[in-house]
Every structure is written in C-alpha cells, then in structure tokens.
Ligand binder design. Structure first.
Ligand code: FES
Length: 270
C-alpha cells in the first residue's frame, strides 16, 4: 500500500479550534488542518469507544488551514460528538466518494437545491461557483428549512445574494422577523424559467424533497442526466460494511454519494 492509499485508510487526529451552535442540536466545528478534497466528498469521523459516522465537510475547499464539520444530533454517536469542545480532538479519515460534477457545469446554468442539512455537502460547491463565477451562466441557489431557527449558514446566503442571480431561502413556518420566503422548496423551484438542455442541478435533502423537486424539474423538461443528487444521508459505516446505504444495485458509500437522477431513480425502492 503506497503512502497516499495508507493515509486514506488511517485515522488522524485533528484539533477543534472553534465550536458554534448554529441551529437546534446542530453545531459547526472549525478544525485545524487540511484534507485535500473535492466538493461533495465525505470524511469518516471516529470517537473511540462510541462509534463512527460519515460527514461531508461544509467549508470552502480553498481554505488550506482549517475545515468545518456541521453535525446534527441524530443518535448516540452524534449526540456525543456535539458535546466536544475546542481543544478536543477528532479522529478523521478520508476523503471518500465522488464529487459534484463541476466540469459539466462550466458554461451552463447551475441550480443548487438544498433541503435542511442538505446544504452541508452543497456549501463547498457554492463557494467554488462563487470563486469561478465567470465560468458559469446564471446560478440559482434555493434552500428550504423548517423554521428561521433551523436556517444554516444564514450569513452566506445574504452574501451569495450579491453574487448570484437568484438566491432564495424558504422556511415552512416563519415569524415576524423572517427576511426570506415562506413555503415549500418546490414552490420556490417552480418560479425561475430554466432552459432545459443548458442547466445542471445539484441537490441534497430528504427523500421526500427529492421526489417532489425532481418532478418539478422534470416538468420544466430538465433531463434526468442533468439532475445530480447526493444520497449521503443514507450512510453509516462509509466503507461498504454495514449495507445501510444500499439502494438497489448501488452502495452509496462505494458508488456515490452523488448520482445522476437517471442512474439512481430506477433503483429507489428496490
Ligand atoms: S455506509 Fe455502510 S455499506 Fe455504505
């Protein structure tokens, strides 16, 4: 095994230097160090004696000194992880998996659709779209959350608003201080006029959102080959052992986590 391969399969310790609670039971850890990766790839994080979980880093791949992990409590392992503090270390290995098809997006319109925690693997892609803005046509960022309290990376959306043509954040239930839209993400996705053969979609969120959002896009005649989804929520072990991520003939951790809708749709529900 060469050094590059060995590094990929060995856990290394990384120190947490900052922790911010960004939504209920959801924290962003800023971690010292750099792991070369592409937007959409994921890491495996281990807590000795407690378990392991996979996470897509949510930060800009251009930052070579730090990276960020956004972790929501979703079980006993993540419940322990979100209790870690600055100064504590995390054991991390990776990156694993494929990445968003940025090469295919060059010269095209790009639509990014994020539901809840689905913004996490999409945020590094959006940073790349902003960095190389001139390489793409119109860029549409559409994100949906339960309530204003659940909105992640609010400051980013406000700054992306000045860079991209169309940035909409919607919540299902709003309050008087909410600055964005209220309603379902599919209602927001209905609005822009998209040119079918010239548009690439990157999407991550809950299964129910995939179902209705892809239907909305197909109604706009966007080809299934141009719609990409990250199925990363289904993963557990991240290395092909638990079978938890099985979708038909695919394992998300081995064959994904990003698939074209044309590839993954026939396997859903098998
Ligand atoms: S996450 Fe365990 S087999 Fe894919």
């Amino acid at each position: 095994m060469d050094d590059k391969t060995k590094n990929k399969f060995e856990f290394k310790n990384y120190k947490i230097i900052e922790k911010n609670e960004v939504a209920p039971e959801t924290v962003v850890f800023k971690i010292q160090g750099h792991i070369k990766r592409d937007p959409g790839q994921f890491f495996q994080v281990s807590m000795p004696h407690l378990g392991e979980a996979t996470f897509a880093p949510c930060s800009d791949i251009g930052d070579t000194k730090h990276f960020e992990l956004c972790i929501r409590c979703a079980g006993s392992t993540t419940n322990q992880m979100i209790k870690l503090l600055p100064g504590d270390e995390m054991q991390i290995r990776g990156p694993y998996g494929n990445s968003w098809p940025i090469g295919k997006m060059i010269g095209k319109n790009v639509v990014v659709v994020a539901g809840g925690m689905g913004i996490v693997p999409l945020r590094p892609l959006i940073f790349e779209l902003a960095r190389y803005r001139k390489e793409f046509k119109n860029i549409y960022i559409i994100a949906g959350f339960k309530t204003p309290e659940h909105v992640l990376f609010e400051k980013d959306f406000l700054s992306w608003n000045s860079i991209f043509k169309y940035v909409k954040v919607t919540v299902e239930k709003s309050g008087s201080k909410w600055w964005g839209e209220t309603g379902l993400i599919t209602e927001i996705l209905e609005k822009p006029k998209l040119s079918p053969n010239d548009t690439i979609v990157a999407m991550c969120g809950p299964d129910i959102m995939f179902k209705y959002a892809t239907q909305t896009l197909l109604n706009k005649e966007i080809p299934k080959t141009n719609i990409y989804v990250s199925m990363e929520r289904r993963m557990e072990c991240g290395i092909g052992l638990c079978q938890h991520c099985n979708i038909g003939k695919f394992l998300v951790c081995k064959d994904g986590p990003i698939f074209s809708w044309q590839k993954i749709e026939p396997e859903l529900g098998k």
